[in-house]
Ligand binder design. Structure first.
Ligand code: ADP
Length: 338
Protein backbone atom coordinates (compact mmCIF):
# COMPACT_ATOMS: atom_id res chain seq x y z
CA UNK A 1 0.00 0.00 0.00
CA UNK A 2 1.36 3.38 -0.97
CA UNK A 3 1.06 5.50 2.18
CA UNK A 4 2.01 8.58 0.16
CA UNK A 5 -1.41 8.47 -1.43
CA UNK A 6 -2.93 9.72 1.81
CA UNK A 7 -0.39 12.38 2.62
CA UNK A 8 -1.90 15.80 2.02
CA UNK A 9 -0.46 19.28 1.71
CA UNK A 10 -0.66 21.29 4.92
CA UNK A 11 -2.05 24.53 6.31
CA UNK A 12 -2.14 25.52 9.98
CA UNK A 13 -5.52 25.20 11.73
CA UNK A 14 -5.67 26.04 15.42
CA UNK A 15 -2.13 24.93 15.96
CA UNK A 16 -2.34 21.81 13.79
CA UNK A 17 -1.19 21.57 10.19
CA UNK A 18 -3.84 20.29 7.82
CA UNK A 19 -5.74 21.09 4.69
CA UNK A 20 -8.76 18.96 5.62
CA UNK A 21 -11.82 21.11 5.57
CA UNK A 22 -14.60 18.62 5.98
CA UNK A 23 -14.76 15.16 7.48
CA UNK A 24 -17.54 12.59 7.96
CA UNK A 25 -18.35 10.20 10.79
CA UNK A 26 -20.48 7.06 10.84
CA UNK A 27 -21.29 4.19 13.17
CA UNK A 28 -21.79 0.74 11.73
CA UNK A 29 -22.46 -2.88 12.69
CA UNK A 30 -23.48 -3.84 16.22
CA UNK A 31 -24.01 -0.81 18.45
CA UNK A 32 -22.00 -0.39 21.63
CA UNK A 33 -22.28 1.91 24.66
CA UNK A 34 -19.80 4.74 24.22
CA UNK A 35 -20.32 5.16 20.48
CA UNK A 36 -22.09 8.45 21.23
CA UNK A 37 -19.14 9.64 23.29
CA UNK A 38 -16.88 8.80 20.33
CA UNK A 39 -19.13 10.73 17.89
CA UNK A 40 -19.09 13.69 20.27
CA UNK A 41 -15.30 13.60 20.43
CA UNK A 42 -14.98 13.47 16.64
CA UNK A 43 -17.37 16.36 16.14
CA UNK A 44 -15.98 18.62 18.86
CA UNK A 45 -12.34 17.91 17.98
CA UNK A 46 -12.94 18.64 14.31
CA UNK A 47 -14.83 21.87 15.02
CA UNK A 48 -12.14 22.91 17.50
CA UNK A 49 -9.69 22.64 14.62
CA UNK A 50 -11.97 24.67 12.37
CA UNK A 51 -13.21 21.82 10.23
CA UNK A 52 -16.76 20.94 9.29
CA UNK A 53 -18.20 17.58 10.27
CA UNK A 54 -20.94 15.64 8.56
CA UNK A 55 -22.82 12.82 10.22
CA UNK A 56 -23.61 9.84 8.02
CA UNK A 57 -26.75 8.20 9.38
CA UNK A 58 -27.44 4.42 9.33
CA UNK A 59 -23.88 3.30 8.62
CA UNK A 60 -22.84 2.33 5.11
CA UNK A 61 -26.48 2.06 4.07
CA UNK A 62 -26.94 5.77 4.81
CA UNK A 63 -23.68 6.50 3.03
CA UNK A 64 -24.93 4.85 -0.17
CA UNK A 65 -28.29 6.61 0.11
CA UNK A 66 -26.85 10.02 0.94
CA UNK A 67 -28.37 10.20 4.43
CA UNK A 68 -25.80 12.80 5.41
CA UNK A 69 -26.26 15.93 7.55
CA UNK A 70 -23.96 18.59 8.91
CA UNK A 71 -23.30 18.33 12.65
CA UNK A 72 -22.73 21.34 14.88
CA UNK A 73 -21.32 21.62 18.40
CA UNK A 74 -24.86 21.42 19.79
CA UNK A 75 -25.75 18.33 17.71
CA UNK A 76 -23.68 16.23 20.10
CA UNK A 77 -24.76 17.89 23.35
CA UNK A 78 -26.26 15.67 26.04
CA UNK A 79 -25.23 12.40 24.38
CA UNK A 80 -22.01 11.43 26.22
CA UNK A 81 -24.03 9.48 28.80
CA UNK A 82 -26.35 7.73 26.36
CA UNK A 83 -26.03 4.17 25.11
CA UNK A 84 -26.64 3.28 21.45
CA UNK A 85 -25.69 5.67 18.68
CA UNK A 86 -27.36 8.93 17.66
CA UNK A 87 -26.22 8.27 14.07
CA UNK A 88 -28.03 4.92 14.09
CA UNK A 89 -26.38 1.77 12.82
CA UNK A 90 -27.29 -0.60 10.04
CA UNK A 91 -26.01 -3.62 8.24
CA UNK A 92 -25.60 -3.15 4.50
CA UNK A 93 -24.83 -6.04 2.16
CA UNK A 94 -24.61 -3.73 -0.85
CA UNK A 95 -21.57 -2.01 0.62
CA UNK A 96 -19.62 -5.25 0.36
CA UNK A 97 -19.74 -4.87 -3.44
CA UNK A 98 -17.52 -2.58 -5.56
CA UNK A 99 -20.67 -0.91 -6.93
CA UNK A 100 -21.94 -0.14 -3.43
CA UNK A 101 -18.58 1.27 -2.42
CA UNK A 102 -18.46 3.42 -5.58
CA UNK A 103 -21.88 4.87 -4.67
CA UNK A 104 -20.53 5.63 -1.19
CA UNK A 105 -17.47 7.44 -2.52
CA UNK A 106 -19.69 9.40 -4.92
CA UNK A 107 -21.81 10.60 -1.98
CA UNK A 108 -18.72 11.56 0.03
CA UNK A 109 -17.39 13.58 -2.91
CA UNK A 110 -20.79 15.16 -3.55
CA UNK A 111 -20.79 16.46 0.03
CA UNK A 112 -17.18 17.63 -0.17
CA UNK A 113 -16.11 15.18 2.55
CA UNK A 114 -12.38 14.48 2.42
CA UNK A 115 -11.89 11.97 5.26
CA UNK A 116 -14.08 9.57 7.19
CA UNK A 117 -14.10 8.24 10.75
CA UNK A 118 -15.72 4.80 10.97
CA UNK A 119 -16.78 3.66 14.44
CA UNK A 120 -17.61 -0.03 14.59
CA UNK A 121 -16.46 -3.62 14.72
CA UNK A 122 -14.33 -5.69 12.35
CA UNK A 123 -17.03 -5.80 9.66
CA UNK A 124 -17.17 -2.02 9.68
CA UNK A 125 -13.36 -1.93 9.52
CA UNK A 126 -13.54 -4.03 6.34
CA UNK A 127 -15.77 -1.36 4.83
CA UNK A 128 -13.26 1.32 5.87
CA UNK A 129 -10.46 -0.79 4.42
CA UNK A 130 -12.32 -1.04 1.09
CA UNK A 131 -12.72 2.76 0.91
CA UNK A 132 -9.08 3.26 1.89
CA UNK A 133 -7.92 0.90 -0.85
CA UNK A 134 -9.87 3.00 -3.32
CA UNK A 135 -8.02 6.12 -2.24
CA UNK A 136 -10.52 7.55 0.25
CA UNK A 137 -8.87 8.18 3.64
CA UNK A 138 -10.67 6.45 6.52
CA UNK A 139 -9.74 5.94 10.15
CA UNK A 140 -11.29 3.09 12.16
CA UNK A 141 -12.35 3.52 15.79
CA UNK A 142 -13.01 0.22 17.61
CA UNK A 143 -16.60 0.23 18.83
CA UNK A 144 -17.95 -3.16 19.84
CA UNK A 145 -18.82 -4.83 23.11
CA UNK A 146 -16.96 -7.99 22.03
CA UNK A 147 -13.43 -6.59 22.55
CA UNK A 148 -12.36 -8.58 19.51
CA UNK A 149 -10.53 -6.00 17.40
CA UNK A 150 -6.80 -6.49 16.97
CA UNK A 151 -4.58 -3.47 17.62
CA UNK A 152 -6.29 -2.37 20.81
CA UNK A 153 -6.48 -3.83 24.29
CA UNK A 154 -10.00 -2.48 24.78
CA UNK A 155 -12.84 -1.65 22.46
CA UNK A 156 -15.47 0.98 23.20
CA UNK A 157 -18.44 -0.68 24.92
CA UNK A 158 -16.66 -3.69 26.38
CA UNK A 159 -16.31 -2.26 29.88
CA UNK A 160 -19.98 -1.27 30.04
CA UNK A 161 -21.07 -4.67 28.75
CA UNK A 162 -19.04 -6.63 31.29
CA UNK A 163 -20.41 -4.47 34.10
CA UNK A 164 -23.95 -5.17 32.89
CA UNK A 165 -23.21 -8.89 32.83
CA UNK A 166 -21.65 -8.79 36.30
CA UNK A 167 -24.77 -7.15 37.63
CA UNK A 168 -26.84 -9.97 36.18
CA UNK A 169 -24.49 -12.68 37.48
CA UNK A 170 -24.62 -11.26 41.01
CA UNK A 171 -28.41 -11.45 40.93
CA UNK A 172 -28.40 -14.92 39.47
CA UNK A 173 -25.98 -16.00 42.18
CA UNK A 174 -28.46 -14.87 44.86
CA UNK A 175 -31.13 -17.17 43.50
CA UNK A 176 -28.64 -19.95 42.72
CA UNK A 177 -27.55 -19.87 46.38
CA UNK A 178 -31.08 -19.73 47.77
CA UNK A 179 -32.25 -22.67 45.69
CA UNK A 180 -28.93 -24.52 45.69
CA UNK A 181 -28.84 -24.71 41.94
CA UNK A 182 -26.38 -24.70 39.10
CA UNK A 183 -26.96 -21.87 36.64
CA UNK A 184 -25.68 -21.67 33.11
CA UNK A 185 -25.39 -18.07 31.94
CA UNK A 186 -24.97 -17.46 28.22
CA UNK A 187 -23.17 -14.25 27.29
CA UNK A 188 -22.30 -12.64 23.95
CA UNK A 189 -19.15 -13.56 22.04
CA UNK A 190 -19.41 -15.55 18.83
CA UNK A 191 -15.69 -15.77 18.16
CA UNK A 192 -14.16 -13.99 21.15
CA UNK A 193 -14.38 -15.17 24.74
CA UNK A 194 -13.46 -11.85 26.37
CA UNK A 195 -16.91 -11.09 27.80
CA UNK A 196 -17.21 -14.62 29.21
CA UNK A 197 -13.69 -14.61 30.59
CA UNK A 198 -13.80 -11.20 32.27
CA UNK A 199 -17.28 -11.67 33.71
CA UNK A 200 -16.57 -15.24 34.75
CA UNK A 201 -13.47 -14.16 36.62
CA UNK A 202 -15.10 -11.06 38.13
CA UNK A 203 -18.28 -12.95 38.99
CA UNK A 204 -16.53 -15.88 40.61
CA UNK A 205 -17.92 -18.42 38.14
CA UNK A 206 -17.00 -22.05 38.76
CA UNK A 207 -16.60 -22.76 35.04
CA UNK A 208 -15.96 -20.49 32.05
CA UNK A 209 -16.38 -21.72 28.50
CA UNK A 210 -14.89 -19.66 25.67
CA UNK A 211 -14.67 -20.32 21.91
CA UNK A 212 -10.86 -20.14 21.98
CA UNK A 213 -10.44 -23.08 24.34
CA UNK A 214 -11.68 -26.63 23.83
CA UNK A 215 -13.32 -28.32 26.78
CA UNK A 216 -14.14 -31.85 27.83
CA UNK A 217 -17.70 -32.39 29.01
CA UNK A 218 -16.47 -35.15 31.31
CA UNK A 219 -14.09 -32.72 33.01
CA UNK A 220 -16.86 -30.21 33.64
CA UNK A 221 -19.10 -32.91 35.09
CA UNK A 222 -16.26 -34.15 37.30
CA UNK A 223 -15.71 -30.60 38.52
CA UNK A 224 -19.38 -30.08 39.33
CA UNK A 225 -19.58 -33.44 41.13
CA UNK A 226 -16.40 -32.73 43.05
CA UNK A 227 -17.92 -29.45 44.21
CA UNK A 228 -21.10 -31.18 45.29
CA UNK A 229 -19.12 -33.76 47.28
CA UNK A 230 -17.40 -30.92 49.09
CA UNK A 231 -20.81 -29.59 50.04
CA UNK A 232 -20.97 -26.91 47.37
CA UNK A 233 -24.65 -26.55 46.62
CA UNK A 234 -24.67 -24.02 43.83
CA UNK A 235 -22.49 -23.00 40.95
CA UNK A 236 -22.36 -20.66 37.99
CA UNK A 237 -21.19 -21.66 34.54
CA UNK A 238 -20.53 -18.85 32.06
CA UNK A 239 -20.70 -19.86 28.43
CA UNK A 240 -19.91 -17.65 25.44
CA UNK A 241 -22.55 -17.93 22.72
CA UNK A 242 -19.89 -19.08 20.24
CA UNK A 243 -19.25 -22.26 22.25
CA UNK A 244 -22.81 -23.56 22.02
CA UNK A 245 -26.21 -22.48 23.24
CA UNK A 246 -26.71 -22.64 27.01
CA UNK A 247 -29.92 -24.61 26.47
CA UNK A 248 -28.06 -27.23 24.47
CA UNK A 249 -25.31 -27.35 27.07
CA UNK A 250 -27.85 -27.83 29.86
CA UNK A 251 -29.50 -30.73 28.06
CA UNK A 252 -26.10 -32.38 27.56
CA UNK A 253 -25.42 -32.12 31.30
CA UNK A 254 -28.79 -33.66 32.01
CA UNK A 255 -28.26 -36.46 29.50
CA UNK A 256 -24.70 -37.33 30.49
CA UNK A 257 -24.82 -36.88 34.28
CA UNK A 258 -28.44 -36.34 35.19
CA UNK A 259 -27.49 -32.86 36.43
CA UNK A 260 -30.35 -30.39 36.83
CA UNK A 261 -29.47 -26.84 35.85
CA UNK A 262 -31.17 -23.53 35.10
CA UNK A 263 -30.38 -21.45 32.05
CA UNK A 264 -30.21 -17.69 31.66
CA UNK A 265 -29.49 -16.17 28.25
CA UNK A 266 -28.59 -12.51 28.75
CA UNK A 267 -28.94 -11.44 25.09
CA UNK A 268 -29.27 -7.84 24.01
CA UNK A 269 -29.31 -6.25 27.45
CA UNK A 270 -25.53 -6.60 27.14
CA UNK A 271 -25.47 -4.05 24.33
CA UNK A 272 -27.44 -1.29 25.98
CA UNK A 273 -27.18 1.14 28.85
CA UNK A 274 -25.29 4.22 29.83
CA UNK A 275 -21.54 3.83 29.17
CA UNK A 276 -19.18 3.50 32.11
CA UNK A 277 -16.67 6.27 32.85
CA UNK A 278 -13.96 4.03 31.34
CA UNK A 279 -15.83 3.69 28.05
CA UNK A 280 -16.61 7.41 27.88
CA UNK A 281 -12.99 8.35 28.41
CA UNK A 282 -11.75 5.70 26.00
CA UNK A 283 -14.24 6.83 23.35
CA UNK A 284 -13.26 10.47 23.82
CA UNK A 285 -9.57 9.68 23.45
CA UNK A 286 -9.93 7.36 20.47
CA UNK A 287 -12.43 9.57 18.61
CA UNK A 288 -10.21 12.57 19.08
CA UNK A 289 -7.10 10.69 17.92
CA UNK A 290 -8.92 9.55 14.77
CA UNK A 291 -9.54 13.18 13.81
CA UNK A 292 -5.88 14.06 14.48
CA UNK A 293 -4.76 11.29 12.15
CA UNK A 294 -6.99 12.57 9.35
CA UNK A 295 -5.65 16.07 9.95
CA UNK A 296 -2.12 14.73 9.72
CA UNK A 297 -3.03 13.24 6.35
CA UNK A 298 -2.82 9.71 7.67
CA UNK A 299 -5.79 7.82 6.28
CA UNK A 300 -6.02 4.05 6.31
CA UNK A 301 -5.32 3.77 10.03
CA UNK A 302 -7.08 2.13 12.96
CA UNK A 303 -6.73 3.67 16.42
CA UNK A 304 -6.42 1.73 19.64
CA UNK A 305 -5.11 1.75 23.17
CA UNK A 306 -2.20 -0.27 24.54
CA UNK A 307 -0.82 0.15 28.07
CA UNK A 308 -2.93 3.31 28.35
CA UNK A 309 -1.16 4.86 25.36
CA UNK A 310 -2.94 5.73 22.11
CA UNK A 311 -1.66 3.73 19.16
CA UNK A 312 -2.57 3.41 15.50
CA UNK A 313 -2.01 0.71 12.95
CA UNK A 314 -2.52 0.19 9.23
CA UNK A 315 -6.18 -0.78 8.93
CA UNK A 316 -5.41 -3.23 6.15
CA UNK A 317 -2.66 -5.05 8.02
CA UNK A 318 -4.43 -5.06 11.37
CA UNK A 319 -7.39 -6.99 10.00
CA UNK A 320 -5.14 -9.91 9.17
CA UNK A 321 -3.96 -10.22 12.77
CA UNK A 322 -5.92 -12.53 15.05
CA UNK A 323 -7.49 -11.17 18.22
CA UNK A 324 -6.01 -12.99 21.21
CA UNK A 325 -7.91 -13.68 24.38
CA UNK A 326 -5.80 -13.39 27.53
CA UNK A 327 -4.93 -17.01 28.31
CA UNK A 328 -3.14 -16.08 31.55
CA UNK A 329 -6.45 -14.77 32.79
CA UNK A 330 -8.15 -17.96 31.67
CA UNK A 331 -5.63 -20.04 33.59
CA UNK A 332 -6.10 -17.85 36.64
CA UNK A 333 -9.87 -18.30 36.49
CA UNK A 334 -9.46 -22.07 36.60
CA UNK A 335 -7.02 -21.82 39.50
CA UNK A 336 -9.34 -19.60 41.52
CA UNK A 337 -12.45 -21.68 40.98
CA UNK A 338 -11.16 -24.98 42.35
P1 ADP B 1 -19.39 -5.11 12.97
O1 ADP B 1 -18.81 -3.86 12.41
O2 ADP B 1 -20.03 -4.88 14.31
O3 ADP B 1 -18.43 -6.27 12.94
P2 ADP B 1 -20.78 -6.27 10.65
O4 ADP B 1 -19.85 -7.42 10.51
O5 ADP B 1 -22.22 -6.53 10.50
O6 ADP B 1 -20.64 -5.51 12.05
O7 ADP B 1 -20.37 -5.18 9.57
C1 ADP B 1 -21.03 -3.95 9.47
C2 ADP B 1 -21.14 -3.50 8.04
O8 ADP B 1 -19.83 -3.29 7.50
C3 ADP B 1 -21.77 -4.50 7.08
O9 ADP B 1 -23.17 -4.49 7.13
C4 ADP B 1 -21.26 -3.99 5.75
O10 ADP B 1 -22.00 -2.87 5.31
C5 ADP B 1 -19.85 -3.52 6.10
N1 ADP B 1 -18.88 -4.58 5.74
C6 ADP B 1 -18.67 -5.76 6.38
N2 ADP B 1 -17.76 -6.52 5.74
C7 ADP B 1 -17.39 -5.79 4.64
C8 ADP B 1 -16.48 -6.02 3.55
N3 ADP B 1 -15.76 -7.15 3.47
N4 ADP B 1 -16.35 -5.06 2.62
C9 ADP B 1 -17.06 -3.90 2.70
N5 ADP B 1 -17.93 -3.64 3.69
C10 ADP B 1 -18.10 -4.55 4.64
Amino acid sequence: MDQQKYVLSFYIKNGVKTDMKRIGVLTSGGDAPGMNAAIRAVVRKAIYHEMEVYGIYQGYSGLINGNIKKLELGSVGDIIQRGGTMLYSARCEEFKTKEGQAKGIEQLKKHGIEGLVVIGGDGSYRGAKALTEQGFPCVGVPGTIDNDIPGTEYTIGFDTAINTVINAIDRIRDTATSHERTFIVEVMGRDAGDIALWTGLAGGAETILIPEEKFEMKEIIKRLERGQERGKKHSIIIIAEGVCSAVEFASQLKEMANLETRVSVLGHIQRGGSPTAFDRVLASRLGSRAVELLMEGKGGRAVGIERNQLVDYDIIEILSKPHKVNMDMYKLSTELSI
